[in-house]
Ligand binder design. Structure first.
Ligand code: ZN
Ligand code: ZN
Length: 669
């Protein structure tokens, strides 16, 4: 059964291996509609030749082939080795001959050109998810782009590294892009830059200092790209982008130098706010916040956009200063080692921990790649003037009560520092009874199971574990409902468009806006790709029925593309019901089988104990092939294969209630 190498012969012309075309899958498409010429696997240098289309490779181009690509493919390092991501949907000349796979997609060419007295706002990502934030604002011949984030994979995209916003609308209007603005340095706002920047023609990137460093630092991992043109915004300067003018203002979040935008258009000013919270003491905004939002008083803005992430949470969020006070108490009082697990993105909290540790004469060990990177940036920017950071190797030089550790992995990430410490996989640190672990983060819902596992492992070490449920040691960077409301009340606007969240969050945010008096028709809840237009001298707003392309763009190993839904579907099927390969040799003249067909399966049923099923299936294959081939001259192998796929899939489903991916390999000699 394990004849994995056998179908080497598949390299013969008659034997390319199409993916099965299971009759059961709604929307299943014949393979020949998949554009091929553009879809070979991308290989890093030194990786050897691509494996010829053996049965492991599917005919839709095998976005990933070859044996050595499993394992750590998430790693950015690998991206470093690639020359340039292959584009599946790039600019002119790189587009596949057949339009991408989504039948319902309306090509962006049909979007009517922008009218003379019209502002377009197009959320290209981030309004149907938390992640991959990106928005375009357009007037006349000028476009500015705000943010370029990415999103991590989820259960719906097995094997994928990242999901990017679809930038096709911008690619087609590359010459009109005047600038890109980055609101802050979190990955859901900057993560997409290395993958999309060359597609949109390397516009100048404007951001504040911390974001600028985060972007540059990341870009070092993509040496094949041209250097970025980053301009650091330091204060109140106005940036002219053709007919649009942009000013920025600081806002509260969890990372230094977060900003909002005021985009002046000929129809009025847009206040564009992404991630935001309102610093407060027990629900009363601080003086700095009051001052910051004073600038909006006495003016009506054309449009407001705002973060919707925490709209469901009532009241004001816990003040970060309370969180920091509480963590400081732990730092002061803990007599053994204190291990603090938090998000590397919580830069302000990290700074506070290091300062507090210094105050009580303790050393800080930083573990986890993203955490270390951020510490480097903090040092580079001289945001910290203490010298109490030591390496993990130096731990034993100090008594346990002098040690504070800042580690990644509070979300249960498998390979992050905290999990390795808990499972004795960490080189220098193993948790023990006398340790105290603070999980200074809430649980992101999709990480729930991973955190459960982490907690099990932590408790097995006998260390003392404290979470945000036990003590106020975490606050979110996204304002709760009343914080958002407070901002609404400080900015008078005509139109409102919630952003940054799942659809239901946006809807709740729209309700909030309505509850404070915005007419329903003045609120737009967009989808990714919605073309929102303000027109009629700024008096009306609408969403065009045409949409900018918004199908998923995936980073999958070395490939970047938007036509891989079929690959994802295969992975889901393979994971669920496995694969079933039929290998048969036909006589080219008579169409008869030269010998009984071979069958290879993986993850389907244990064939050795399914002899009846095997025998019946062999008979069905034989009958199908010979019935189909009868009278055919020359043989239409593709048609025979399709018939084999259909009958075998149907039979296996009848017998096992499973739908493995069926791959027929037919050779004629
Ligand atoms: Zn953020
Ligand atoms: Zn964000």
């Amino acid at each position: 059964m394990d004849e994995q190498n056998k179908p080497q012969a598949a390299a013969q012309p008659s034997a390319p291996v199409p993916e099965s075309r299971p009759p059961y899958i709604a929307g299943g498409r014949p393979d020949n509609r998949q554009p091929r010429r553009d879809r070979g696997p991308f290989r890093g240098p030194g990786r050897g030749g691509q494996r010829s289309g053996g049965p492991g490779a599917s005919s839709h181009g095998g976005s990933r082939m070859g044996g050595g690509m499993g394992g750590s493919r998430n790693s950015m390092k690998r991206m470093m080795r690639m020359k340039r991501p292959r584009r599946f949907s790039g600019g002119p000349g790189t587009r596949p001959s057949t339009p991408a796979s989504n039948e319902n997609r309306i090509p962006s060419d049909v979007i009517p050109p922008i009218g003379p007295d019209c502002v377009r706002i197009i959320p290209l990502g981030g309004v149907e998810e938390i992640g991959k934030n990106m928005t375009a604002i357009e007037y006349g011949k000028d476009i500015i782009v705000i943010d370029a984030g990415f999103q991590f994979k989820d259960e719906a995209t097995p094997g994928i590294d990242y999901i990017l916003p679809n930038t096709k609308y911008l690619e087609e209007r590359q010459g009109q892009i005047r600038a890109m603005f980055i609101t802050h340095g979190h990955l859901d706002h900057i993560g997409g830059i290395p993958y999309i920047i060359d597609r949109i023609g390397y516009p100048t990137i404007y951001t504040r200092q911390f974001g600028a460093i985060m972007i540059s630092k990341r870009q070092e991992e993509f040496p094949h790209l041209k250097p970025l043109d980053i301009k650091v915004i330091t204060g109140n300067e106005t940036i002219t982008c053709g007919s649009l003018k942009v000013k920025t203002f600081p806002i509260s979040h969890t990372i230094p130098d977060s900003m909002g935008l005021i985009v002046s258009t000929p129809l009025g000013d847009i206040v564009f706010i992404e991630d935001v919270r309102v610093d407060n003491i027990k629900g009363v905004p601080t003086e700095e916040e009051e001052k910051q939002y004073e600038q909006f008083a006495g003016k009506e803005y054309l449009l407001l956009t705002m973060d919707s992430t925490s709209i469901e949470k009532p009241g004001f969020s816990l003040s970060e200063s309370v969180v920091i006070d509480n963590i400081e108490k732990f730092i002061k009082a803990t007599s053994g080692r204190l291990i603090i697990g938090t998000f590397a993105s919580q830069v302000e909290r990290i700074l506070a921990v290091i300062r507090a540790a210094d105050k009580y004469g303790k050393k800080v060990v930083v573990e986890g790649r993203s955490m270390k990177t951020n510490i480097e940036i903090i040092k580079h920017l001289k945001l910290l003037d203490v010298k109490n950071i030591i390496t993990a190797e130096e731990i034993d030089n100090y008594p346990p009560d002098r040690i504070v550790m800042l580690v990644t992995g509070a979300q249960g990430e498998e390979f992050a520092a905290l999990m390795r410490m808990a499972t004795k996989q960490h080189k220098h640190v193993q948790l023990k009874k006398t340790d105290t672990v603070l999980l200074s983060s809430s649980i992101i819902p999709t990480n729930y199971n991973a955190v459960v596992k982490l907690k099990d492992n932590l408790y097995r070490t006998e260390a003392k574990v404290i979470t945000y449920l036990d003590s106020d040691i975490h606050a979110s960077g996204h304002g709760n409902r009343d914080e958002l409301k407070w901002i609404h009340e400080h900015i008078k606007y005509r139109f409102f468009m919630p952003v940054h969240g799942q659809h239901y969050m946006l809807r709740q945010h729209a309700e909030l806006s309505q509850s404070i008096g915005t007419p329903k028709e003045n609120i737009i809840v967009p989808d990714n790709g919605s073309v929102v237009e303000i027109y009629d001298g700024g008096k009306s707003i609408r969403v065009l029925k045409e949409k900018a392309p918004s199908n998923l763009v995936l980073v999958d190993g070395f490939a970047v593309g938007d036509v891989q839904e079929v690959v994802i579907r295969d992975r889901q099927m393979l994971a669920q019901d496995g694969m079933f390969i039929v290998f048969a040799i036909l006589d080219a003249q008579t169409g008869r089988l030269r010998k009984s067909p071979d069958i290879i399966s993986r993850g389907f049923v244990y064939l050795r104990e399914s002899q009846d099923l095997l025998r019946d299936t062999r008979n069905i294959i034989k009958d199908t092939i010979e019935d189909s081939a009868r009278g055919m001259n020359p043989l239409n192998v593709e048609m025979i294969k399709a018939n084999v796929t259909d009958t075998v899939s149907r039979h296996l489903f009848q017998e096992t209630a499973k739908r493995p991916v069926v791959i027929p390999v037919l050779l004629t000699i």
